[in-house]
Every structure is written in structure tokens, then in C-alpha cells.
Design a protein around this ligand. Structure first.
Ligand code: LMG
Ligand code: NDP
Ligand code: PMR
Length: 321
């Protein structure tokens, strides 16, 4: 599979004019969108947790982390050889397409335990079975990225499981190129940006501390981007083109009531909303890298998988495609 670091397009990300809401990157806002008070509480408590845990004077919390984390490398009692423990990887949307293929490939190495984070438990179970994945290599956990409450519940459940987290793969997405009318997430955000970007953003933000604490040799946060969001490529010039404009729709909540459903404030266009969401995905990894890489040792990456026209992503598609 060809991996390509996403090239980003400054032209698609324009800063707002003075006096407009600023798309500054704060812990509780992202690209100008203000998450609900509930979400704010989660973000700030997650930041607090991180401070507490990284404060060397706070012995109690450090003791807790050593109690829950399994050392990545342990010495085998029998022959004294060093062995690497199984890595733990969460893959969102692992019930089909690229996510399932990734889960299967990692399971086959025998070196990973895969947490398949899926909205449809039965579909995921059937998919894992038909991919021939062995039960001991995976766990299915419910996650609906179109609900920020579900994201929080998933994170709580994961933390309670006591598993370390070594890699997070944000793979799930929806694409609605033929929709005439927008649809919405549980909190009322336009569905594609709400699921692909906001759901993954909250998930990543809440799990960042767990990745930080991983003692695995390579800890990663990976998001699946798309060339179709990059307007400096031919594919990215096929209309409708991604464009975040001055973020006025996002700042207004993407709910179609007192704001547009589109990030740039324009008319709803499902194909554009998807491409915009992928630009946000790619920008998120750039910003996470800038903010957190050095201090945490986490590798942040986005990748473009090439065109796989047979996946579920294209359940709705235009005849040209
Ligand atoms: C849209 O329609 C719907 O409007 C939207 O609602 C949604 O459903 C979306 O993605 C889903 O689809 C898609 C639209 C795109 O298709 C049609 O309307 C059907 C008719 C299109 C038939 C056009 C065939 C043309 C073949 C072009 C071959 C390109 C070769 C170019 C060579 C250039 C070399 C530099 O299609 C259109 O709207 C038609 C416009 C086609 C634009 C093609 C884009 C190429 C742009 C090239 C610009 C290059 C500049 C940058 C280059 C950088 C290179 C590094
Ligand atoms: P699929 O539709 O096969 O996979 C997408 C997965 O996301 C499905 O498992 C789907 O679940 C899941 N999903 C959708 N909505 C939610 C939700 N609300 N909560 C949890 N999971 C959800 O498509 P692909 O494998 O093609 O897509 C995978 C990634 O690759 C996406 O990020 C896509 O943008 C990206 N990509 C794909 C390209 C391609 O050509 N295929 C090209 C460029 C990027 P369910 O099974 O229940 O529907
Ligand atoms: Mg594209 C020449 C390069 C190129 C590449 C790499 C892609 C990838 N596409 C290219 C060109 C074209 N496409 C051209 C010239 C056309 C006719 C105008 C075209 C059309 C087209 C459509 C209608 N292409 C599409 C669609 C979709 O609905 C897909 C899409 O945009 O999904 C968001 C798509 C794609 N083309 C690609 C890739 C990778 C996709 C799927 C992108 C994704 O899933 O993220």
C-alpha cells in the first residue's frame, strides 16, 4: 500500500478577518467550533489529568500508571530473551473496507491486539469472522462517531479496561455525494464533518494521554486523509473542491439553523463536506504534531490509501465515479 504524507493546501485554509471568530487552536475549541459545555469539561479534565500525570511531584498518580501499564519489553523467565508484549491498537470503522483489511493484516502478525471500534457490533463480529481473524487477537467495542456522547462512553470503557494504548487509527468515515439535504449527528453537526472530523477529534483528544503513557517502542496516532481534499493535485481539482473559507459555518455550529451546514458557510454539498472533513483530518495531524510530538514522542500521521472504489464508502455514488 502506498503511503503518502498528506500535502496540505494553505489556500484552502484562510484565516478569518479581524473581528470574526478566530480559528485559534485552543483545547476546548477547534477551528473555531465551540464544543458543548460537556465536551469542554472533558477536554479540560483531560488536560488536567495529563498535567497531574506528568507532574513528577505527584507520586500517587504515577504509581497508578505503573500499576496499569504492562511493560512493552519483558524478559522471558525460561530463556532470558527479551520479548515485546502485544501492541494494542484501536481502529475506528474496522467493520469493512480499509479498516477491516488493516485489522486483519495486524491480527495475522500475531503481534497486535486489535480493538475494533465500530457502530454495528454484529456487522463487525461477522466481518472479523469472515476475515478469518482469531478471537484472541481482537475485541469489538461500540463506538458511534456521529455521537460525541458515544465517543466519551467508548473512551471511558477503554480506560476502565486497563489496556495500554499504543496506536490509534482514525479510519471510519461517511461520504454522501448524492444527498440533496444534509443529515446531522446526535449533537446536530452536519454528518460528514461531524463524524469524520469532530468525532475523531474528540476521540483523539481524549485518548492522547493514554498514548502518551504507552511504553511501546513506536506509539502512533494515524488518520486516513484523501487526495481529493488537496487542491494542489489534479484529483483535488475535480469539483466540488475542498475549501474551509473563513470557518464561519463551523464557528456557527454546522447545524443549519443559525449557521450554514458547511464549514465555509456555503450551500450544503455532500461531496464537498466530505472533502472538507478530510482537510480537517489532515490539518489535525499537522497541528497535533506541532503541539505534542516533541513532548510526548507520539508520531502523528495522515495517509492516503489510493483509490479503492469497491469499499462501502461509495454505497452512494454518482455514475461518473
Ligand atoms: C460532482 O460532480 C457533483 O456536482 C457533486 O454534487 C458530487 O456529487 C460530486 O464527487 C461527487 O460530483 C462531479 C462532476 C465533476 O462530474 C460531472 O458533473 C460529470 C461530467 C464530467 C465529465 C468531465 C470529464 C472531463 C475529463 C477531464 C479530464 C481531465 C484532464 C485534465 C488535464 C489537465 C492537465 C493539467 O466534473 C466536473 O464538474 C467537470 C469538470 C472537470 C474538471 C476536471 C478537473 C481537472 C482540473 C484540472 C486542473 C488542474 C489544475 C491543477 C493541476 C495540478 C497538477 C499537479
Ligand atoms: P468503508 O465504508 O468500507 O469504511 C468506513 C467505515 O467507517 C465502516 O466500517 C463504517 O461502519 C464506519 N463508520 C461510518 N460511520 C461511522 C460512525 N458514525 N461511527 C463509527 N464508524 C462509522 O470505506 P473505506 O474503507 O473506503 O474508508 C476508510 C477510510 O479511508 C475513510 O476515512 C475514507 O475517507 C478513507 N479513504 C478511502 C478511499 C477509497 O478510495 N476507498 C480514498 C481515500 C480515503 P459500517 O461498516 O457500520 O458502515
Ligand atoms: Mg477522482 C487524475 C487523478 C485522479 C485521482 C488520483 C483521483 C482519485 N481522481 C482523479 C481524477 C478524476 N476523478 C477525474 C479527472 C475525474 C472526472 C472529472 C474524477 C471524478 C471523480 C468523482 C466523481 N473522482 C472521484 C469522484 C468521487 O466521487 C470520488 C470522491 O471524490 O470521493 C470523495 C473520487 C475519487 N477520485 C480519486 C479518489 C481517491 C477518489 C475517492 C476519494 C476518497 O474516497 O476520499
Amino acid at each position: 500500500m502506498a503511503l503518502q504524507t498528506a500535502a496540505l493546501v494553505p489556500a484552502t485554509f484562510t484565516l478569518p478577518k479581524e473581528g470574526k471568530s478566530s480559528p485559534s487552536f485552543k483545547d476546548s475549541t477547534f477551528f473555531g467550533v465551540s464544543l458543548s459545555d460537556h465536551a469542554k469539561a472533558d477536554f479540560s479534565s483531560s488536560a488536567l489529568r495529563c498535567k497531574r500525570i506528568f507532574n513528577p511531584r505527584n507520586g500517587a498518580v504515577r504509581a497508578e500508571t505503573t500499576a496499569t501499564a504492562t511493560p512493552a519489553i519483558s524478559r522471558s523467565a525460561v530463556d532470558g530473551k527479551k520479548t515485546l508484549r502485544k501492541g494494542s491498537v484501536i481502529i475506528t470503522g474496522a467493520s469493512s473496507g480499509l479498516g477491516l483489511a488493516t485489522a486483519k493484516a495486524l491480527a495475522e502478525t500475531g503481534k497486535w491486539h486489535i480493538i475494533m471500534a465500530c457502530r454495528d457490533f454484529l456487522k463487525a463480529e461477522r466481518a472479523a469472522k469472515s476475515a478469518g481473524m482469531s478471537k484472541q487477537n481482537y475485541t469489538i467495542m461500540h463506538l458511534d462517531l456521529a455521537s460525541l456522547d458515544s465517543v466519551r462512553q467508548f473512551v471511558d470503557g477503554y480506560k476502565r479496561s486497563g489496556r495500554p494504548l499504543d496506536v490509534l487509527v482514525c479510519n471510519a468515515a461517511v461520504y454522501q455525494p448524492t444527498a440533496k439535504e444534509p443529515s446531522f449527528t446526535a449533537e446536530g453537526f452536519e454528518l460528514s464533518v461531524g463524524t469524520n472530523h469532530l468525532g475523531h477529534f474528540l476521540l483523539s483528544r481524549l485518548l492522547l494521554d493514554d498514548l502518551r503513557h504507552s511504553d511501546y517502542p513506536s506509539k502512533r496516532l494515524i488518520i486516513v486523509g484523501s487526495i481529493t481534499g488537496n487542491t494542489n493535485t489534479l484529483a483535488g481539482n475535480v469539483p466540488p473542491k475542498a475549501n474551509l473559507g473563513d470557518l464561519r459555518g463551523l464557528a456557527g455550529g454546522l447545524n443549519g439553523l443559525n449557521s450554514s451546514t458547511m464549514i465555509d458557510g456555503g450551500e450544503f454539498d455532500g461531496a464537498k463536506a466530505y472533502k472538507d472533513s478530510k482537510v480537517c483530518n489532515m490539518l489535525t495531524m499537522q497541528e497535533f504534531h506541532r503541539r505534542f510530538h516533541e513532548e510526548s514522542g507520539i508520531t502523528f500521521a495522515s495517509l492516503y490509501p489510493g483509490c479503492i472504489a469497491t469499499t462501502g464508502l461509495f454505497r452512494e455514488h454518482i455514475p461518473l465515479f
